[in-house]
Design a protein around this ligand. Structure first.
Ligand code: ARG
Length: 363
């Protein structure tokens, strides 16, 4: 059946087919969470966020919302249906960093939207922001499958104590990443949705801080008709969320963060199937904005609207230039002042509907 704006349908098999319906996050009531194991391991040692927590300043929330609203309006003008989550008061039962990045919690695979387990305690309740939309889709689309992965217990058993000393140092972190020794243990399945990239029949999953091997195995058993492949990026001292590291643009073309190259033996699979992996352009900034968890590599955190069109953050001149050279039409989007609320253009969205069917790109 074809897409029509009057009828809700959930379907998205990959990261690039024509986008028709999307969720764009909001920054309302966003907090910096207090200390907890997995989060501490992720905050860079020289970050301005160390030791800070509480509600984010209202003017930064307002500014982030302004940018997210503009992004949503631009998408609507291009004919994309945009839904927004319902903010929850996170300071009541627990604190959470944001209800901003829907990409981290919601994994759309075909007609299914799966709520990830998450791996930070502060994000345990984040799925609640999306429940009103999930209920609505469920009522309106008889083919929609709403699923939730088993809620993890997130006791101290889930985290390696070794990671929790303040001064580990980058060298040791890189050694640990290379050895695949991450802050999370294998106590129970853990995954964040933003560690998964959808390539039709293949799901490519980053094993790192936020997704453990049991989480990947859980996905494998949950999606028996897919091939679930684990990948690693040894150059990343804080490996969470794959979308500032590995970015597919269209069938056959992936951008890879040059500081976090996919190891040779893991490249084989892509090469064999004629996928080209190119180094992403350098970010335009030397530092992330204030109170931001992510690195400057949000430059490559882009939202593909269709295989010829891509949204890139408007200050990322090198990334825009590279997209142009790669034959993509670039839609610049101002978002940098919202980065602190959970990330870039890919993070702050979640697919609901893209054209196209489930193809095998690695036959
Ligand atoms: N690990 C990435 C970086 O700092 C940030 C990825 C953010 N992605 C997301 N979906 N929240 O480079």
């Amino acid at each position: 059946m074809n897409w029509s704006p009057d009828k809700t349908q959930v379907k998205s098999w990959n990261e690039w087919d024509t986008l028709r319906h999307v969720i764009v996050g909001r920054a309302d009531d966003c907090h910096i969470p207090p200390e907890e194991p997995a989060l501490d391991a992720k905050v860079p040692e020289d970050s301005d966020m160390r030791g800070q927590w509480g509600r984010r300043p209202q003017e930064t929330i307002d500014r982030a919302n302004e940018l997210l609203d503009n992004f949503a309006d631009m998408l609507r003008k291009r004919g994309v249906r945009v839904d927004r989550p319902t903010p929850t008061d996170f300071s009541k039962p627990v604190t959470t960093p944001d209800c901003m990045p829907p990409r981290d919690v919601l994994l759309t695979v075909g007609h299914e939207i799966l709520e990830a387990t998450m791996s930070y305690r502060c994000r345990w309740f984040e799925y609640l922001c999306y429940r009103p939309l999930m209920q609505q889709y469920w009522e309106e689309d008889v083919n929609f499958r709403h699923e939730a992965a088993p809620k993890p217990r997130l006791t101290d058993e889930d985290y390696h104590a070794d990671y929790l000393s303040e001064k580990i140092g980058i060298e040791k972190r890189l050694k640990w990443t290379a050895e695949k020794f991450f802050v999370t243990t294998e106590e129970e399945p853990l995954f964040d949705a933003a560690d998964v990239l959808r390539f039709g029949k293949d799901l490519i999953v980053q094993h790192g801080f936020t997704t453990n091997l049991k989480g990947i195995e859980w996905l494998r058993r949950h999606f028996p008709d897919h091939r679930v492949r684990a990948v690693n990026f040894p150059g990343d001292p804080y490996p969470i969320h794959i979308d500032a590291t590995f970015t597919p643009l269209r069938p056959g073309l992936i951008l890879n963060n040059p500081n976090r190259r996919l190891p040779e033996e893991q490249r084989e699979y892509f090469k064999k199937n004629d996928w080209e992996i190119v180094d992403a352009a350098q970010p335009a900034h030397n530092t992330p904005p204030p109170l931001c968890y992510s690195s400057t590599w949000l430059s490559m955190n882009v939202l593909v609207l269709d295989p010829k069109t891509v949204c890139v953050e408007a200050s990322e001149i090198y990334q825009m230039e590279q997209m142009d050279k790669l034959g993509m039409e670039v839609v610049p989007v101002d978002l940098r002042d919202a980065y602190a609320f959970g990330g870039g253009l890919h993070c702050c969205t979640a697919d609901v509907y893209r054209d196209g069917e489930c193809e095998d790109y690695f036959p």
